[in-house]
Design a binder for this molecule. Structure first.
Ligand SMILES: Nc1ncnc2c1ncn2[C@@H]1O[C@H](COP(=O)(O)OP(=O)(O)OP(=O)(O)O)[C@@H](O)[C@H]1O
Length: 374
């Protein structure tokens, strides 16, 4: 299956046979424009549910009564066409309970439309920092469920999809929540397919500030461990309710790792928990989650765990001990190398520093900064 635009001929392959991670099959189809116009009341403004870099997202109901979400490309450009093609290409290849289901697409004239399962509980960012934050619908167990689900979705992309897929834009607005608050990783417009045997690629930097791994932000070196880094930031964001980057009085930017590090050094993990939880969280799980987040955001990509490790640690409640060194010139503190060997593994250290460079940037807006960095 495919369509032709002025400069690219993306191929959308038939969905592959279900793998062991699949829970059900989501066959996709090519929709007619008529059906999608009718489903959305001609893309009526009342049907609009969101807006992103790609365009607007509309709620609709098909003639069979199924609720759908439709992403409508705002303007045709080479870049937008590439995102559209990538999204359809990647989502057409994968099926997993924690990845947003592709229902199909329409491409004709100036219209590019992608049809997804509708996610009634919106995106994670809406609950953490957006209009639903005050409702505190995300209690601790929902948060942990979302964390594990997102990790499983990413692990599937890295280890089970063929070829392997690097998402490159893991962040709170790209985790959607179904009616059961189950996480669905979405937005594959920036994804990269990794050929067998290739450990990393060098590429233009795409993604979102605050979530970018340092080696990727600085040198465009992309591998699965870039998603692991972004997941680490997301994990800390979920447990703490803090944004990945915050502006301090005076305009200085502080990233979430810089914020959490002093609490970890003091063993004061409770101070990291989202105050909106009002103390209702599992302390051991919190500690474990913070440790995993720190390992995921190690400045050395080689030292980061795989997403399979992360899933295992999240589920099993244990993270391996590791060595940590804080770069004093980056965080203005003496090197930290506290290792008291007391089995109560408060005493780990993390090699860090470059990550702070990545985040010393103005906003968490989605960006392409490759050109600027040359
Ligand atoms: N399948 C869906 N079901 C329900 N709401 C959705 C769905 N897909 C997207 N949305 C809503 O539309 C919003 C915009 O989504 P979109 O993926 O276009 O942009 P984004 O991820 O928020 O930002 P960016 O494109 O800059 O990364 C989302 O935040 C979400 O609230």
């Amino acid at each position: 299956m495919g369509w032709r635009c002025c400069w690219c001929i993306p191929k959308v392959e038939e969905p592959q046979a279900n793998t062991r991670s699949d829970t059900k099959s989501y066959p996709w189809e090519i929709y007619s424009l008529k059906e999608l116009l009718s489903a959305t009341n001609n893309f009526h403004k009342d049907n609009k549910i969101g807006e992103g870099g790609f365009g607007s997202v509309f709620w609709g109901r098909t003639s069979k009564g199924v609720e759908i979400a439709i992403k409508r490309l705002k303007a045709i450009s080479a870049k937008a066409e590439m995102e559209f093609a990538m999204e359809v290409e990647v989502l057409g290849r994968v099926r997993h309970n924690n990845l947003l289901g592709l229902r199909g697409f329409y491409a004709g004239g100036d219209e590019r439309l992608i049809v997804y399962d509708y996610m009634p509980n919106h995106s994670l960012i809406t609950h953490l920092h957006g209009p639903l934050a005050a409702d505190v619908q995300l209690d601790w167990s929902r948060r942990m469920h979302i964390v594990v689900g997102s990790a499983e979705g990413i692990a599937y992309l890295h280890h089970e999809a063929s070829p392997h897929i690097i998402h490159r834009d893991i962040k709170a607005s790209n985790v959607l929540l179904d009616s059961e608050f189950q996480a669905k990783v979405a937005d594959f417009g920036f994804a990269k397919l990794i050929p067998e045997g290739v450990s990393h690629l060098t590429t233009r930097v795409k993604g979102t500030l605050g979530y970018l791994a340092p080696e990727y932000a600085m040198w465009g070196k992309v591998s699965e461990s870039c998603d692991v880094y972004s997941f680490g930031i997301l994990l800390l964001e979920i447990v703490s309710g803090k944004k990945p980057l915050e502006k301090l009085p005076g305009g200085v930017k502080r990233d979430i790792i810089q914020w959490a590090t002093p609490f970890v050094e003091k063993g004061s993990f409770d101070s990291i928990a989202d105050p909106r939880l009002k103390g209702r969280f599992d302390r051991a799980q919190l500690k474990n989650a913070v440790r995993i987040a720190l390992q995921c955001t190690d400045s050395n990509p080689e030292s980061r765990p795989s997403m399979v490790d992360v899933v295992e640690w999240l589920k099993g409640g244990g993270v391996r001990r590791k060595e940590v060194v804080f770069a004093k010139d980056m965080i203005g503190e003496d090197d930290y190398n506290h290792d008291d060997d007391d089995n109560e593994d408060d005493s780990f250290t993390v090699s860090r520093g470059l990550g702070l460079l990545t985040n010393a940037t103005p906003s968490t807006k989605r960006t392409q900064i490759g050109a600027k960095m040359k």
